[in-house]
Design a protein. Structure first.
Length: 318
């Protein structure tokens, strides 16, 4: 057997597929009282495809489109430390946290009212770019308004909860969930981005920082639908590809190269300005390290994990 080889540095994402080649994610099933939604069983072993990408949106868009159309695949931001041989388990020691230019934000359950909209103002599958644009302008700093991005509407988009474990297709949702992808101008570690997401959440943004937990899956595909949809279902449920949305930048499109990238300082400077937590870090620790640890709140275990990685990442970046 060929021994694992070190993977060269660069911007990478990992496509994982269960070794059984079974569907991943969620599935909706019709019943007499509505649709049920369940998460499909977890898998233990995966085939691994490490994708090296140039830091540009066109290449990222192509990869997201490919994963969206593959109901057995999902993404990891953490790349394996060595070239995979055979099946792997999704464990932290196999996929260490790495610095990357790819930034993805998980907005979960954004009320349309916070975007200045009401139920009925948006039908999933129609003018979706307007909704994604409103989300980033409502919750993200100004540098993220100027840069182009990619939005991926979540598997729950187009469904409304009507009771305990019961759902129905809806053309008049009251909230939206989506991922927003950006490219930074320099690599940043996932542990640092998790702290920044926590800071955004503390300031009122419905951002899920757990997306930057180690080996956290990033699902892109549409949910499984195990039955015929009613005629009233929104267009998005009939055409899964509508979930993937290119968002233009200030220049009106994707210029390519540096013009499409968000300054990493938009993330790092916000963390550096946080007050330190006296009981969280020793006085000798760098100010930036204490700030990142403070952003972790009262979670002592998380602060210990962040200390080493944040110290190195912030020293290099600032």
């Amino acid at each position: 057997m060929t021994p694992p080889q070190p993977i060269p540095p660069g911007d990478r994402l990992v496509v994982l597929r269960p070794s059984t080649r079974r569907r991943v994610g969620k599935i909706y099933t019709p019943t007499t009282t509505g649709w049920t939604r369940r998460k499909l069983p977890r898998h233990r072993h995966f085939s691994t495809e490490v994708v090296s990408l140039p830091a540009e949106l066109e290449s990222l868009y192509s990869l997201l489109h490919r994963v969206l159309e593959d109901d057995t695949a999902f993404l990891l931001r953490d790349a394996p430390s060595k070239s995979p041989v055979g099946r792997l388990r999704r464990l932290g020691e196999s996929f260490p946290d790495r610095a990357s230019r790819f930034l993805v934000l998980d907005f979960d359950g954004v009320p349309l009212a916070e975007l200045g909209l009401q139920p009925g103002d948006w039908v999933p599958g129609e003018q979706d770019e307007r909704i994604a644009e409103a989300v980033r302008r409502r919750y993200l700093p100004e540098p993220f308004h100027r840069a182009p991005a990619i939005a991926v509407l979540s598997a729950s988009t187009g469904w409304r909860r009507i009771g305990p474990d019961r759902y129905e297709p809806t053309r008049t949702p009251s909230e939206v969930s989506l991922h927003l992808w950006f490219i930074l101008d320099r690599p940043v570690e996932g542990s640092v981005l998790r702290s920044w997401c926590r800071l955004l959440a503390d300031r009122g943004a419905p951002v899920d920082a757990n997306l930057y937990n180690q080996v956290q899956p990033i699902y892109c595909g549409a949910p499984g639908i195990a039955g015929p949809l009613p005629p009233s279902a929104p267009p998005l449920l009939h055409t899964p590809g509508l979930r993937l949305l290119p968002l233009p930048g200030e220049s009106g499109g994707w210029a390519g190269g540096e013009a499409d990238r968000v300054p990493a300082s938009a993330v790092l400077s916000a963390l550096a300005e946080l007050p330190s937590a006296p009981r969280s870090a020793p006085p000798s620790a760098p100010k930036q390290t204490r700030a990142v640890m403070a952003a972790a709140g009262s979670d002592e275990h998380l602060r210990k994990r962040l200390e080493g990685s944040a110290r190195g990442a912030l020293r290099k970046a600032l």
